[in-house]
Design a protein around this ligand. Structure first.
Ligand SMILES: [Zn+2]
Length: 160
């Protein structure tokens, strides 16, 4: 796996404890370092760690699923990705979503309102932030990144 970073003297690694991306100076390969986000200690592998699988998977034993992937905004439009939609346009009030944004872009969550069908903003998740968002009064929930931007994020959707 080839990983490119904008700093040739650094390599990109995923913290095994918190999953965030770290750009580590090359001289630390083979040595133990501490994650600057969660302080977990780990040895910097010369090979890139396997990233979490892209896409959707179920987590735990309840009704919950997790999405971990990168999204890139389209150059000419705000592209929305649906993650939950009620088949008969009823409110998704018994669901909530936990969203963690790793950056570099900001992740936006929105939905379509039950009564009006109009888009409403649900949350803006900045890099390094986690937001827990109840899906109140929307029947369709989606996220997007701004035009031309890219971000990596984890979403966990849970049924209350
Ligand atoms: Zn960490």
């Amino acid at each position: 796996m080839t990983v490119t970073t904008n700093r040739p003297d650094r390599i990109l690694r995923i913290c095994p404890a918190c999953g965030r991306e770290l750009r580590i100076p090359l001289q630390f390969v083979g040595q133990e370092v501490q994650c600057r986000f969660c302080n977990a200690a780990f040895v910097v592998s010369p090979q890139a760690a396997a990233e979490p699988p892209e896409g959707l998977r179920f987590v735990g034993s309840g009704v919950a699923f997790e999405i971990v992937r990168s999204w890139t905004g389209a150059p000419d439009e705000d592209r929305r990705s649906t993650f939950l939609r009620h088949p008969t346009k009823q409110a998704l009030s018994d669901f909530l979503v936990a969203a963690e944004c790793y950056g570099p872009g900001v992740l936006f969550l929105g939905g379509l309102e039950v009564d009006s069908g109009q888009p409403v903003s649900l949350a803006k998740v900045k890099p390094g932030d986690v937001r827990i968002v109840p899906l109140v009064n929307v029947y369709h929930a989606y996220f997007w990144v701004k035009r031309g931007q890219r971000t990596r994020a984890r979403l966990i959707v849970a049924r209350l």
